[in-house]
Design a protein around this ligand. Structure first.
Ligand code: C2G
Length: 134
């Protein structure tokens, strides 16, 4: 049972997130997502449109996501990896190199991002076309 973990905010869940999560799930047999809490989002300088509870509901509805845990700090990954017996940490390659230190406890894999989509882009597009979403 190869266990994989990934982390993120996953706000305004879109196909770029799904593509990442699906590829991460195909790397192992069990996928855990560390979902950024609302307070950690503030530390990351992100204000998510959906609350943690709603982002959690969406992620738990994804058939290839097996478990979701809260991500409350930058430095919980090593503890999570050990506690959850993780074999591989998977992140999009915008994070390339950032988590290499965790190679002491598991494999670290960076996958290509889906380039043309982002939560920020969605918000900008909606504002520009006057859909009234701020
Ligand atoms: N992602 C992607 N393609 C996109 C957008 C996002 O592959 N078009 C990936 C990101 O690379 C990341 C994951 O989807 O691996 C979640 O992205 P975000 O919700 O933006 O998460 P982020 O703010 O990068 O938080 O401790 C790690 C952080 O919590 C990661």
């Amino acid at each position: 049972m190869r266990r994989v973990i990934t982390y993120g905010t996953f706000d305004l869940l879109h196909y770029g997130h799904i593509h990442l999560l699906r590829r991460a799930s195909e790397i192992g047999d069990y996928l855990i997502v560390g979902l950024s809490s609302d307070s950690f989002n503030e530390i990351k300088g992100k204000k998510s449109y959906f609350s943690y509870e709603h982002r959690l509901l969406l992620l738990k509805s994804i058939v290839f996501v097996n478990e979701v845990i809260p991500e409350n700090s930058w430095d919980q990954k090593k503890k999570d990896i050990i506690h959850h017996k993780i074999d591989a940490l998977v992140m999009g390659d915008d994070w390339k190199g950032k988590f290499d230190s965790l190679q002491e406890v598991c494999e670290v894999i960076y996958l290509p991002r889906t380039p043309e989509i982002s939560t920020t882009q969605i918000k900008m597009d909606l504002q520009r076309e006057g859909y009234g979403v701020t």
